[in-house]
Design a protein around this ligand. Structure first.
Ligand code: SF4
Ligand code: SF4
Length: 275
């Protein structure tokens, strides 16, 4: 009889645990759906900001087929952006190609990133930090030969903000519109969008802190699409350290005031945590 009691209590514990795990999985799934919906709202917000700017200046904010900014930038993003990208690219039939480009970039022995010392902890080594900064100014692997972006519909916020919520006239050749000069382009202030984005990051961080970790977009995309392979490459030290850096802080510059603070000589830490 005692044996039967022990068996019954084991069954009860098992079912309680099973229910708990199922509830947690359901919650995580619901949170993921909410996070992805929020990301789509943010994308809509940047589209609206872009349209508002076009209406104001009377010219297109970007020249189709130009690609100059993509030639000079490999963008940063957050993990939740890469998760969103996987689902959209799958639906568009572009995932395989995007992962292959990201993988090629990861394994490429870029002259800007020479240090191979396994997974760095944030920006531990000055050498890795300096390589990381140089890498940010190299061509994005998703820029195609026709100067179009392969992942245009899921490009990171940093790409959406460019020329919309911050102005970078120095390399952008688009012609000036109303109220602009050759050396000064307009941007949209988008205070509401900025507040929404910041609230969104806070909420994502609360749901799952990993979702707000930042890194190079190709790195995060490949990691989200093929985590097993990514871990193997890291374990075998096949990826330059600067390409695996992950930061639990805001690192993308999305807003003009951040750019101005940086130009005024403020510490990058304060600039990137701009609210
Ligand atoms: S540099 Fe300017 S015009 Fe060229 S792709 Fe970038 S935003 Fe568009
Ligand atoms: S993701 Fe697309 S838009 Fe962004 S830098 Fe790369 S090619 Fe350009």
């Amino acid at each position: 009889m005692p044996k039967l009691l022990a068996y019954q209590s084991f069954i009860q514990c098992f079912y309680k645990l099973k229910l708990k795990v199922e509830r947690k999985m359901r919650e995580t799934f619901d949170e993921m759906i909410e996070a992805l919906k929020g990301m789509h709202l943010i994308h809509d917000g940047f589209r609206e900001a872009d349209q508002a700017l076009k209406d104001k200046i009377g010219v297109e904010t970007c020249i189709s087929g130009c690609g100059i900014c993509c030639k000079n930038n490999t963008p940063f993003a957050k993990i939740i952006e890469s998760i969103n990208s996987i689902s959209v690219l799958t639906g568009q039939g572009k995932l395989k190609r995007a992962l292959s480009l990201a993988e090629g970039w990861l394994l490429d022995h870029s002259k800007e990133a020479k240090t191979y010392e396994g997974r760095p902890v944030n920006l531990a080594s000055p050498q890795v930090h300096s390589e990381w900064l140089k890498l940010r100014q190299t061509q994005c692997p998703f820029l195609q030969d026709n100067m179009q972006c392969l992942v245009h519909d899921v490009r990171p916020l940093a790409c959406r903000a460019y020329g919309v919520t911050f102005e970078e006239h120095d390399i952008c050749p688009r012609k000036p519109g109303f109220g602009e000069t050759l050396t000064q382009h307009c941007y949209t202030k988008s205070d509401e969008l900025r507040k929404f984005v910041n609230r969104y990051w806070d909420q994502c961080h609360e749901w799952k802190s990993e979702w707000t970790v930042g890194g190079f977009f190709p790195t995060l995309l490949f990691r989200a699409g093929n985590e097993k392979k990514f871990r193997e490459y890291v374990a075998n030290n096949q990826i330059a350290s600067a390409k695996i850096v992950g930061l639990d802080t805001e690192v993308s510059l999305l807003w003009q005031p951040q750019i101005e603070m940086l130009r005024a000589g403020m510490s990058p830490d304060l600039v990137t945590s701009y609210r």
